[in-house]
Design a protein around this ligand. Sequence first.
Ligand SMILES: Cc1cc2nc3c(=O)[nH]c(=O)nc-3n(C[C@H](O)[C@H](O)[C@H](O)COP(=O)(O)OP(=O)(O)OC[C@H]3O[C@@H](n4cnc5c(N)ncnc54)[C@H](O)[C@@H]3O)c2cc1C
Length: 413
Amino acid sequence: MIYQYAIIGGGISGVAIARLLQLSGVHSLIVLEANSEPGGLCRTRMIDGHTLDIGGGHFLCSKFDEVYDFVFHHIARDNFEEFERVSKIDIHGQWVDYPLESSLWQLETSLCVAFLESIARNGEALGLPEPTTFEEWIRWKLGDKIADEYMLPYNAKIWGHEASEMDIDWLHKLPAVDVRAVFTQAMNRRLDPSLFPSHSRFYYPKKGGYQAVFDALCDPVRDHIVTDHPVTTIERSDDLLKLNGGIQARHVINTAPWHALAGSPIFSGAARQAIHDLQNNSIVVSLHERAYEHDVHWLYQPDIDTAEHRSFFIHNFDPRSKSNGVYKETNSKRWTGSDELFSHTNDYAYPVPTIGWARTIETVLREAERAGVSALGRWGQWQYFNSDVCIKEAMLLAERLGHTRWKVTCGAG
Ligand SMILES: Cc1cc2nc3c(=O)[nH]c(=O)nc-3n(C[C@H](O)[C@H](O)[C@H](O)COP(=O)(O)OP(=O)(O)OC[C@H]3O[C@@H](n4cnc5c(N)ncnc54)[C@H](O)[C@@H]3O)c2cc1C
């Protein structure tokens, strides 16, 4: 059998593109998933009465209306609780609101003054040119004191890479620092929500954890998914592509990390080297029981002596989950294990934007595209995409491939 589309990887990217193709009238498609179940980073486990998102803290929040339209077409909005985000940062034992720049006044006076001074004297405010590495960029943006006591240790923990080895071209993710606004909020001792960055509100499923979002998109295409089927080679023969020497398709869409596919005959030595150079980190998600009585959804933990970099207070966004459930995210290089009820390692958690990563992935994608393989998602495109962006990218790819009927069905776009 020759498929019109073979999709590698059954995470939200693979399933979103499969569903968009199906809604557009394409039925000759197969999704090949390495694991024994689909879902990738969007999976949830119920453990001893706790809801655990094993890919880490997952919330639905998007700047794309069409993504909401698409998701709510599959799982009605009523199935979600909408929250105003309550997230804090632990600065030397004091919990202050995120983002730090807006809540400096919550710190004890001498630290507040030192951090304000750090921001007032930052390189950007002084008109210095933008640097090229992440470490220099953090110092330029927020000043040395905030860099040394918050941003650099936090980023070292999460990435497991030195900030001096990381690029800055992915930083559109971070909000610009408005020095005047920082001082205004500190003087008023009040956090101004209009100055908040994005993500101030989010949706979380009332039932089933974040996987409920994935399942809703996956259910209509489940029959097209083959699990326990890791793809290791893609080769071209005439106008067809062959996967693992067997399955044939006219077009392949890859959403899986490229490392497993590096030996494919479609790649030259230069592309193989580029694949080898792509870096990712691994994150352990661990479940713990701790008593808490506050409304915080999650906490950022820059303290270098604490293994984890973020903790989530599950009951505060999923009231059905037991009242004392906490999960932690820890870079696997720092993970030692302690009193966890359960832990799960995500080998591929974040693509790391090492210096030159954009050129590196471009080398891979150019050769893949030439062979008829499109790239999609966090791993295919090797970018720090959240699940909503993976869906948006799937929409853009479906359009590029000439499939747009999904727009009519979902009222999206
Ligand atoms: C800690 C953390 C927190 C996050 N928080 C949020 C959040 O709050 N909100 C949000 O929207 N997003 C969040 N994200 C991002 C979100 O998880 C991803 O954007 C999204 O799940 C990526 O989906 P994907 O399908 O591209 O990749 P994945 O989910 O990784 O799926 C890839 C799939 O490919 C399979 N695969 C791998 N190799 C092969 C192979 N050789 N052959 C076949 N199959 C293969 C894998 O088993 C997997 O199922 C977070 C991510 C992390 C790590």
